[in-house]
Design a protein around this ligand. Sequence first.
Ligand SMILES: Nc1ncnc2c1ncn2[C@@H]1O[C@H](COP(=O)(O)OP(=O)(O)OP(=O)(O)O)[C@@H](O)[C@H]1O
Ligand SMILES: [Mg+2]
Length: 269
Amino acid sequence: MLLDIRKLTIDFPPSRKRKAVRALKEFSLRLEAGESVSIVGESGSGKTTLIRCISGHVTPVSGSVSLFGADLSEASSQEIVALRRRCGVVSQDPYGSLPPTLSVLEAVMEPWLLVRGREARQAGEHKARELLDELGIGREEILSSKVRLSLSGGQRQRVAIARALVLEPELLLCDEPTSMQDASTRGDILRILQRRQETGMSMLFVTHDLFLARKAAPRGLVLYRGEAVEEGLCRDFLASPQHPYTKALVAALPKLSSSATYAGESGGR
Ligand SMILES: Nc1ncnc2c1ncn2[C@@H]1O[C@H](COP(=O)(O)OP(=O)(O)OP(=O)(O)O)[C@@H](O)[C@H]1O
Ligand SMILES: [Mg+2]
């Protein structure tokens, strides 16, 4: 089992400004190697908290997360680092998640150099260039510019995707990775992720958009106020939603004619 989450409950304690929050309630999810799932939920439903817990950044109150067969609560910090290296993470915030002083090319190569060492620099640079090119930001002046200086939000998001893919992760955790892209680029990114899935990568794809969820992975889970309220195939959520929140999501979707396309919605899933 690649990922086995059992009855995960996560609380954030009260502060002077806000009450305590239960961000996840007895949340369970199992993913076999090579499987992917889209997690759909409104703002504040716990999506980012879930990703942060799987990547070892948030500690649960109860329940367990087992990644590549290792229980995170029993793993040493060294083991957690080793497990994290097998996961790529595209965090929701492309501003905070990239090293601002590195150039675009160095930012993408950094995880590679940390794991494979400086002697593998040439291969890492080749890989980073290839990925950035695939993501439409291969121009030399972009590659050599500092991350913090000259990138739009959408470009940062694509650099973050390249950085998450550079080590060819077994599991990609993506938190709304295409929220700043136009529809055509969003479609390109989904195809890039789909190709990785076809060669064995698993993916947990977080979004609030049911169409995008269906495109990212056939299997889906609807998260509402920290609880999994509906699980199954994204296409079934769209065709016959069961939970009131899923019904509301579907009712709010733009009505598309059968020939219309959305987010690269051409064929496939
Ligand atoms: N570090 C934190 N401290 C306190 N409360 C937090 C913290 N992080 C998240 N929360 C709270 O936990 C709940 C879930 O937040 P989370 O960021 O996981 O939601 P989300 O589904 O990712 O939302 P969005 O779609 O807006 O990104 C919210 O009520 C949020 O306010
Ligand atoms: Mg979030």
